[in-house]
Every structure is written in C-alpha cells, then in structure tokens.
Design a binder for this molecule. Structure first.
Ligand SMILES: Nc1ncnc2c1ncn2[C@@H]1O[C@H](COP(=O)(O)OP(=O)(O)OP(=O)(O)O)[C@@H](O)[C@H]1O
Ligand SMILES: O=P(O)(O)OC[C@@]1(O)O[C@H](CO)[C@@H](O)[C@@H]1O
Length: 303
C-alpha cells in the first residue's frame, strides 16, 4: 500500500482575477475549490492513474470535513488524525502570473503527533510512505525524521517532497525518491544555477549522497532523473498552463504509479513528466487519459 502523509493539508481556493490591483476591491471572474496539500494531491493523482493509496496526516474543522468529503467522493481511503481548529485555506491567485498565499494551519498537540506515529507502526516492507509538504510549526521539528525511522524499521520505502532545512535533514536518511524542483536543489546546496549543466552536477550529487531516485523538476523546461548510475532528461510537453498547483506532486504520483506497476525507470520518468505537464495544463489535477496522450510527446534522453 502507498501511504501519503500530509502534515498540513489545505483547501486550495483558486481565484482568477483579470488584473490584480493591490489595495483595491478586486472581483473574481472564476473561483475553484479543491482538497489540497502535497500528499493529498499525490493520493488524488494516484487514484486517477488507477493506484490505491491511503491519505494520512492531520485534519480539522469545516475545511477538514470538506477535504474528507471530497476524498470519499473520489473513493480515496483516509486515516487522518483529527485535530481541533480548522485545516488551512491556501489562496492561489491567478492574474497572468500565479501568486500563492498559504495559510498557517491549526495548532497540534504532542498527543496528535503521537497518534500519527502510532498509525505508522503498522507499516510493512511492501509499503511506500510519501512525505510531502511543509511541517506546521506546532509539530516537533524532527517529526518527519520520526516518521522515516518508523518506515525504515519496517523496511518500507520513503518518498520525500518537501523543501528547505527539513529536506536537508531528511536526505541523510537516504530516501527511495526525492523530487526537489531546481530552486529547491539550489537552496539545498546553498548555490544558484545558471545552466542545466550545473543542475546536472548537483542532481547527481544528491544521488551520490544516497537518495536512490532523484527527480529534479524545472517547470516548463522539463526534468532530470538521477540515480547512482544514470542521468535522464526529458523536455516538458508544450501546452497552455491553466493551473500548475500540484504539478510537482503529480510527478511523484506518476513516477510511483508506473514504477510500482513494474515499468522501467525510463518509462516511470516519462510517465512522471507527462503527469506533471497534464496537471499544469488542467484546472484540477491530471487525468489518466491526458497523461497517456501527453506521454507520446515525452522523449527521454539518456546521458
Ligand atoms: N509551463 C509548463 N509547461 C509544461 N509542463 C510544465 C509546466 N510547468 C510545470 N510543468 C510540468 O510539471 C512538472 C513539475 O513542475 P515544477 O518544476 O513547477 O514543480 P514544482 O515546483 O514541484 O510544482 P508545484 O510545487 O507547483 O507542485 C515539470 O517537470 C513539467 O513536467
Ligand atoms: O505549504 P506547503 O505544504 O509547502 O504546500 C502546500 C501547497 O501549496 O502545495 C500543494 C501543491 O504542491 C497545494 O495543494 C498546497 O496548497
């Protein structure tokens, strides 16, 4: 079973305005509401690609009820720890450019964290745990490490999609898959990139540090894949971006869906890129039909 763990889920409120004027009343021309948070997005895309998963994490209040209802409508298994307070609302403003305002999320107590860790004690070596998204400040700063330690005890695979100092700490535990975008990779090595050659150098370094599979996404410029032996590159398919929120999460889901169904690394990487782009070109997350249409445009180059 694949478990996704979202410590700080969100209701994503997508607001389209023709022209955003700060300090004035703006009227939306379109609004959309989705269950969000990186792990939840991974679960939703996995389902669309025909792979079951269980969504774990913390949930609370009327916003939390909305998320559970939506996931149940999509037949996605949930096993959240309920917390007092409301799950956050993340505002995604679309007006030519994309501006995001992510909320803080509810306060959690140590007993909530313990309840989540307890759920993970049932993991087995056939399981995959996807740790995706930011860590709310009320949780212990090493909560992801505690989760990884449970997964490692069970010999389950760990997938990491987070950023900043948390990502740095987690890499030492040698996850099965990490998917930083190119900016997160630069931040990790306290550098900045001026070319794709530089991205390749640092992506390989991540694989050498012990991350089994590394995908570095570069939005419209496609992505790299690295392991200790090989480097792959794929350009992104061309299309009109409608909502890139969740494109990175879709890559994680696409890779896992293909990999766990026995596809080769090259095929899993191509599926990952097609899934990211299919989401970027959709209002909501990608559909399987769209991924399989776009994969015909993905050429994987092996270095
Ligand atoms: N403009 C675009 N054109 C085509 N494909 C895109 C575009 N933007 C994103 N994608 C697809 O989505 C993948 C992930 O994008 P990106 O690098 O922005 O991830 P991310 O920063 O983790 O995204 P997010 O945090 O918004 O989920 C890319 O590798 C690509 O396949
Ligand atoms: O604040 P975090 O946890 O870093 O990111 C949360 C978030 O921006 O990530 C998802 C897209 O990847 C959205 O569904 C959600 O709103």
């Amino acid at each position: 079973m694949i478990y996704t763990c979202t410590l700080n889920p969100s209701v994503d409120y997508i607001v389209h305005v023709d022209e955003l004027r700060l300090g004035e009343l703006n009227r939306a021309v379109k609004t959309l509401t989705f269950p969000g948070g990186k792990g939840i997005n991974v679960s939703r895309v996995l389902k669309r690609l025909g792979v079951e998963s269980t969504a774990l994490g913390f949930i609370g209040g009327f916003t939390g009820s909305f998320i559970i209802e939506q996931l149940q409508n999509e037949n996605i298994a949930c096993d959240f720890v309920e917390v007092p307070g409301n799950t956050r609302i993340n505002v995604k403003l679309k007006s030519g450019t994309e501006t995001e305002i992510n909320g803080q999320g509810p306060m959690m107590e140590p007993e909530h964290e313990e309840a989540l860790i307890k759920k993970l004690q049932a993991l087995t070596e056939n399981d995959v745990v996807v740790l995706a998204g930011s860590v709310p400040s009320s949780l212990s700063p090493d909560v992801y490490e505690k989760i990884i330690d449970e997964a490692k005890k069970a010999k389950a695979k760990v997938v990491v999609d987070t950023s900043g100092p948390v990502l740095k700490q987690l890499l030492a535990r040698k996850p099965f898959l990490a998917k930083p975008n190119h900016k997160e990779l630069a931040e990790l090595f306290e550098t900045s990139f001026h070319s794709q050659d530089e991205i390749m150098v640092y992506g390989r370094r991540l694989a050498e540090l012990g991350v089994e599979n590394v995908i570095v996404s570069m939005a419209g410029n496609g992505a790299f894949y690295f392991n200790k032996e090989i480097t792959l590159f794929a350009e992104a398919p061309k299309g009109t971006v409608k909502n890139s929120v969740g494109a990175g999460d879709s890559m994680v889901a696409g890779f896992l869906a293909a990999y766990t169904s026995g596809k080769s690394l090259e095929e899993a990487f191509a599926y990952s890129v097609a899934s990211g782009s299919a989401t970027a070109f959709s209002e909501d997350l990608c559909t399987k039909d769209y991924v399989e249409q776009l994969i015909r445009e993905v050429n994987v180059i092996c270095f």
